[in-house]
Design a protein. Sequence first.
Length: 231
Amino acid sequence: MKRIELNQILGDIVAVYPGAARKFNEYSIDYCCNGNRTLKEALKDKDVNDNDFVESLNKEFREFLNSNEKYIDWRKEDPRKLIKHIVDTHHRFTFDTLRELDELILKVTRVHYNHAPEKLLVIHKLFGELKLDLEEHLIKEENDLFPMIFDYLDNRSEKKRDEIFSYIGVIESEHRGAGHILSDLYRETDGYKLPEWACTTFKLVYRKLQELEKDLYVHIHKENSILFKNI
Ligand SMILES: [Fe+2]
Ligand SMILES: [Fe+2]
């Protein structure tokens, strides 16, 4: 998919371009439980011009695709190679960054609590949820889903394929869940706008949260739109 159109289903748009989740949340468009509607239907009662909305979404989507161009065209590669790449780069990066952020967020919450108690507690809580969900998600992919795919590729059967795709349903809903939390974090941090009192550690927290988000969108795109479409 090179372009997002108004007649596409919300859930499909987020699967191909996970960054759309943030924009949908900004406009209170429920792409999760009500993800079976088209973008046009979802925009019906919103105070926004349909074409302007889809154009600005496509502008972001193009930037996202271009930023990935320096990567290998994974659609042409063996899915086994893509899985190895996902685990070695994105999973490793996510585990490491979550661990680093965990310490940093605890530190700034304790040190700066009196500056903005509510904001800091919300960030602390949302990050805690994201960390728990993502760690479990990655462990499930590495121990359940990816071995199932390897096994299927070595010895294909309809039964194995059905099992894989029912598991993928769970995995994709977890991707949407992580996208929800990231959008909440974006909103609660005012788009990662630094407060006046931000110290070096606090600046590092915002920078690392944004790096985590950016990598996660690429990571989810590779799974939903390339790996799961090529097995
Ligand atoms: Fe993954
Ligand atoms: Fe995943």
